[in-house]
Design a protein around this ligand. Structure first.
Ligand code: HSE
Length: 442
């Protein structure tokens, strides 16, 4: 086994860097593996497309299936569900190990691929699918395999972290921060998958499956994006000592771990939390484990060369396993914990209210919280400037005084917290519920 044939499917920004590193670092990789990694070919849709890296033209083919049949290791970087799934299954069927960054496919149909890979005794690895360059899946799957992970909090989408960070640091509105993210190439022309939280939700499903040894499909992930976060929300959070981040939160139920919940939503974090210091388009994953305690993994979550690092790590690992022998093992799903819906999650809420400033209002609101068994941790009131003092007198003399209330609750069941918000909305002195955000990390 002097040489292992590597087939590359897809030659976009990550694929072209993978090809470059395989070409330029052949000797170093050979030393690490104990066999030479030969890039046997690169399957693409369009042979004439411009590439980011100058590569030997004779490597390119449109016949992905033939390339796969003759490979020891297949690197799938085409993205999408088909033909990626069929080609990966074909590779596994031919005894090849597979390395992929395809989070959408893994989140949708991972178990089929894991089962086939396990049955064939080949390795299926996907470090590049979550948080780009950050080594997070292998630490969760291997390094922490002897521990009990209780919670994973991830900033796993760089585009949304950039947008929220811009809003936080410059006071920008969402639309302006999104336009900046597009101009810098972080956000796609159609940014839906990022800003609606779908990209983070697919990554959350993968993180939860590995962390809790349980198959966790994307369809079970509660998902809210950042499109309704306003500059006012950010300013109010800042004023109260928080920062708003889009988090993928994977956690064991507080009752000793009888189930798992995974959710993606904008979240208030105390500004002193380590994740609050993750700026720009960077990613980070914060892991809480029974014995290890708190761990944080930080780095670039996207980009051709950083993501290629994760792909090459998987390729070297798969190649070593082939050289040394022994079956691959892709999945540890023996725990089979039930998935718990968002209503059962324990969290706390930040609630912004616009209310009439008159006697008895606070008492009425507090009573609704008490009726629902929800305990208030802090309540801050500030007058709306246009309805008080000199400003009010010079504006509309008829305007009734209103105040802004900002309430942070103690932790409680999400279902009780959201019922409380619905009941508060119905109170006559409440003009509007201006924001509802979950708080974590306190
Ligand atoms: N679009 C993703 C992000 C990168 O903004 O982080 C690919 O997963």
């Amino acid at each position: 086994m002097d040489t292992l044939k590597v087939a590359l499917l897809g030659c976009g920004s990550v694929g072209s860097q993978v090809a470059r590193i395989l070409r330029d670092d052949t000797d170093a990789l050979t030393d690490r593996v104990g066999a030479r990694l030969e890039l046997a070919g690169i399957a693409v849709r369009n042979l004439d497309a411009d590439r980011e890296v100058e590569l030997d033209k004779s490597l390119f083919t449109t016949d992905a299936e033939s390339l796969v049949q003759d490979a020891d290791i297949v690197i799938e970087l085409m993205g999408g569900i088909e033909p990626a799934r069929t080609l990966m299954l074909s590779a596994i069927g031919h005894g090849a190990s597979v390395v992929t960054g395809n989070k959408a496919l893994l989140a949708e149909d991972g178990p089929t691929l894991y089962e086939k890979a396990d049955a064939a005794g080949v390795q299926l690895s996907f470090e590049a699918a979550v948080a780009g360059a950050i080594p997070i899946l292998r630490p969760i799957r291997d390094s922490l395999a002897g521990d009990k992970i209780t919670r994973v909090l991830g900033i796993v989408n760089g585009t949304t972290n950039y947008i929220l960070d811009q809003m936080d640091t410059t006071g920008a509105q969402f639309d302006d921060a999104l336009a900046d993210a597009k101009a810098l190439g972080y956000a796609e022309a159609d940014p839906t998958a990022d800003i609606e939280g779908h990209d983070a939700a697919a990554k959350g499903a993968i993180l939860a499956s590995l962390a809790f040894h349980t198959r966790f499909p994307r369809s079970e992930v509660h998902c809210e994006g950042i499109t309704s976060v306003t500059a006012d929300d950010i300013a109010a959070a800042k004023d109260a000592g928080y920062v708003i981040k889009l988090l993928a939160i994977c956690e064991l139920q507080d009752d000793g771990g009888s189930g798992v919940s995974v959710r993606v939503h904008p979240t208030l974090l105390p500004r002193e939390h380590p994740l609050a210091a993750v700026h720009g388009a960077f990613n980070a994953v914060f892991v809480e484990a029974e014995s290890a305690g708190e761990l944080m993994f930080y780095g670039q979550g996207a980009g051709g060369t950083p993501t290629a690092s994760a792909v090459l790590g998987d390729v070297v690992s798969a190649a070593r396993r082939i050289v040394l022998g022994g079956p691959g093992r892709t999945e540890s799903a023996a725990a089979r914990l039930p998935s718990r819906g968002i209503g059962t999650v324990e969290t706390s809420y930040y609630i912004g209210l616009d209310v009439a400033d008159e006697s008895g209002v606070l008492a009425k609101i507090a009573q609704v919280f008490a009726d629902h068994g929800v305990s208030i941790e802090t309540m801050r009131q500030s007058m709306h400037p246009h309805t008080s003092g000199v400003a009010a007198a010079s504006a509309d003399p008829e305007a009734k005084p209103t105040a802004e209330l900002r309430i942070v609750t103690h932790r409680g069941r999400d279902a009780a917290l959201s019922r409380t918000v619905e009941a508060v909305k119905q109170l006559e002195p409440v003009n509007a519920v201006t924001s509802v955000l979950r708080v974590e990390g306190v």
